[in-house]
Write a protein that binds this ligand. Sequence first.
Ligand SMILES: [Zn+2]
Length: 125
Amino acid sequence: MSNLKLCQGTKCHTYNTQDRLKGSKENKTFQTRRRSSFYYGQGNFCSLNCQNDWFNDFGSKAIDHFGRLTEPKHLTEDNAWSKSYDYNGYRNLPDVYYYYNGVTKERRPLTEQQYNDSNYTLNTN
Ligand SMILES: [Zn+2]
């Protein structure tokens, strides 16, 4: 029981589904969902609805707490590389892996190993 997590959704208990209805016969209440794990919001919410409820109640405060953007961020050619590939399986040919720079439109070949290596990057920051 102690390993179970509670959904952090601020209105989770108000969604009256049968699985939230708990308690003995005369004492039933709809309760916040309790699970060993959740799929949403880094494991904090039982549903996207509950995640959105939390954000509607606390999102602006959280942004102010952790730092609101006051200037636009810039994606420059130094950090605009993204991995991609052309699927050629339908022609029985090997897939072609490449890095694509969204700013300069340059395309550089990648090996499949580099494509799958999450540490391999051309981006400098
Ligand atoms: Zn919930």
